[in-house]
Design a protein around this ligand. Sequence first.
Ligand SMILES: *Cc1c(COP(=O)(O)O)cnc(C)c1O
Length: 396
Amino acid sequence: MEFDRAGVNTLMEITARPDLIFTKGQGSWLEDHTGKRYLDFLQGWAVNCLGHCPEPLVKALQQQAAELINPSPAFYNQPSIDLAKRITGASCFDRVFFANSGGEANEGAIKLARKWGRLNKPGAYKIITFNHGFHGRTLATMSASGKPGWDTMFAPQVDGFPKAELNDLDSVRSLIDDQTVAVMLEPVQGEAGVIPASVQFMKDLRELTRQHDMLLIVDEVQTGMGRTGKLFAYQHFDIEPDIMTLAKGIGGGVPLAALCAREAVSCFEHGDQGGTYNGNPLMAAAGIAVFDTVSAPGFLEAANARAEQLSNGLMALSEKWGMQGERGLGLLRALRLGKGDGPAIVAAARDRAPEGLLLNAPRPELLRFMPALNIEADEIDLMLSWLDELVGLIRK
Ligand SMILES: *Cc1c(COP(=O)(O)O)cnc(C)c1O
């Protein structure tokens, strides 16, 4: 197949994309328009938690598409109920609102917290978020994010998101005032370069938010659905948040997101929240297939074994090449390169022949790894040996 240059130029140019078009995917492998294969450690940005085109997901979509796609969110449908029952049954949350993207779920969390503030702490609307945090690309979620430069990009910002430092409780405490209603954070900052919150910090944060009658919101868009080795990352910290958002992994590749809240916080009234596609049975059926696969006996144990293998392998590479170690939780990991050749390694990995490797450098001095949770042990070994070879070429 030819590269469709004219076709490409009908798309808005929103990021630098290489001259290749992916045509097929299976498990941890993608195939481009020339038939070249790539070992995929991006998986659609941690979205395809079961890899490309996994059978349970394909089947669920096919069956549900033939049965009922969307009766309208003004009516109940069984798949959305069944998925909400699964999520609430496996977490500390009681109510779920389904949405289509992480940004939208977080937007809903912000609205829910502000509504709760209006009802319970009159005048309180501020939500403390964190420098380098990432919550999405809507105006409010960009304002909640702590990405450098994002505060002025589409000014004026949405007001009310003072920024603290991850793992620094005093930086949170010093921002609290009468108008503060919540703290929102990623249990592992993903886009910032895979920086986990410490267990002590999360426990202290839970305590602090309780003392001040504030909500704790965890953005588990990237960390949820087994990515960190537990079904939800907050479960590593022995805490119970008030609100959690999910996206990415819960749809296994299709647009599905969830805003989850405890009963006492589920204060939306009719007209406060909605969306044409929310809880549509097609995506909910996909979510059920993913949920049942990830929560099946042995699945997370196997993912954790792969995570340990990846962590050990990255550590060995770091030692061999004089890098600065690796970090992460479960199968969300980063290799700290010690210098800014991440983008060069990413490009060389992709262009590698005869088979390519897809990696991501969220920062120049860092590589991020987010493979399918059901990746095979020999695929991890293959990636590690290719990476070793690539670093050798680039640093020779
Ligand atoms: C990807 C991501 C988002 C945004 O999700 P979209 O589905 O792209 O809107 C929000 N928060 C975190 C932590 C993410 O990783």
